[in-house]
Ligand binder design. Structure first.
Ligand SMILES: Cc1cc2nc3c(=O)[nH]c(=O)nc-3n(C[C@H](O)[C@H](O)[C@H](O)COP(=O)(O)OP(=O)(O)OC[C@H]3O[C@@H](n4cnc5c(N)ncnc54)[C@H](O)[C@@H]3O)c2cc1C
Length: 305
């Protein structure tokens, strides 16, 4: 079995940047991904805040990043990592796919996050049908229809703006006020087919065969309202993809990977990078930065073992 200098788990912006830095540091690199290279940006309509790029479609940026790794001959493989064990200084990485076991001197964990769910009445029933977590994937079904967007942060506001360009109407429901960046909030508020419901809780979803609406309740007046709609998009926060790393004892109470400013976890030779680590700002630019640091520190570490 080949022994890699570094195995990078997750081919989002953090993992791909780590791969670029590791390859340029002459490390042997394996980049492992359970879905398609690109991570969350594949499902993002537009990225407008990645330095020097202006406005770019998320999938296009993902493709450019992957192409960059391939120009540097980074080995890429599909695999869903389920476990990492240590044998001396060597890490054994096991995937759900039976035949896939890899060995590495260092590992960079860049598995990102998945969307949180509300956990309210009828959510499971309509999930994946008329309740979605991806406007870019499912938005087109709602051309000239009525949709509800749940959430008030950057993702909710940006995706609501995108949906407003397709749908007949967009109702944005948020538990507090809008917390996205002010430029995006102003853009959303100015759209003629958007209504914003601030300080509302989601009570549940209605409908028998098909989703019919969303029941919401004001946290200020306790008034209950049903918003009739054809589809719902939820953007209420993120959950780290770290089940596979729980046994390493490197997670905080929320399941994020604890790292220091060198992206080191408490296990020598294992690093975290991107949205999956404890941090202030989860964005493409910060994910890339983490990936670069992790690869650089990993390359220094292997010289010491
Ligand atoms: C709707 C939306 C809009 C956004 N808009 C912007 C924006 O405009 N600007 C901006 O800067 N950021 C934006 N973001 C945030 C940005 O997408 C993330 O910060 C960035 O993708 C984080 O990169 P990452 O590499 O850390 O994680 P991710 O992009 O989440 O990539 C992690 C990868 O790891 C893989 N993976 C997970 N578990 C395993 C496993 N066990 N084995 C193998 N592979 C695994 C996943 O499949 C995924 O490909 C947006 C996010 C969303 C959801």
């Amino acid at each position: 079995m080949a022994l890699y200098d570094v195995v990078i788990i997750g081919a989002g912006p953090a993992g791909m940047t780590a791969a670029i830095y590791a390859a340029r540091a002459n490390m042997s690199v394996l980049l492992l991904e359970k879905l398609a290279p690109g991570g969350q940006i594949i499902n993002t309509h537009e990225i407008q805040n990645y330095t020097g790029v202006g406005t770019i479609n998320g999938a296009e940026l993902a493709y450019k990043m992957f192409e960059h790794t391939q120009e540097l001959q980074v080995a890429f493989d599909y695999g869903t990592v389920k476990d990492i064990k240590e044998e001396g200084n060597i890490k054994i990485i096991t995937c759900e796919e039976e035949e896939k076991i890899f060995e590495a001197k260092t590992v960079i964990l860049a598995t990102g996050t998945i969307p949180r769910r509300l956990g309210v009445e009828n959510e499971d029933r309509f999930a994946g049908e008329n309740i979605s977590w991806c406007a870019i994937c499912d938005g087109a079904y709602y051309r000239d229809k009525d949709v509800v967007v749940i959430g008030g942060g950057n993702s909710a506001v940006e995706e609501a703006i995108y949906l407003a360009s397709l749908a007949n109407s967009v109702k944005v429901v948020t538990l507090f006020d809008l917390t996205a960046d002010p430029v995006s909030c102003d853009e959303l508020r100015a759209l003629p087919n958007v209504t914003i419901y601030e300080f509302y809780n989601i009570e549940g979803f209605t409908g028998v065969e098909k989703l019919q609406g969303v029941r919401i309740k004001s946290t200020q007046t306790q008034e209950e309202v049903e918003l009739t709609c054809d589809g719902v998009f939820e953007y209420i926060g993120l959950k780290p993809s770290t089940e596979a790393f729980a046994a390493l004892g490197i997670l905080d109470e929320q399941g994020y990977i604890k790292v220091n400013s060198r992206m080191e976890t408490s296990v020598a030779g294992i690093y975290g990078a991107g949205d999956v680590v404890t941090k202030e700002l989860r964005q493409v630019v910060t994910a890339c930065s983490d990936g670069a640091v992790a690869a650089q520190v990993a390359s220094k570490y292997i010289k010491t073992i």
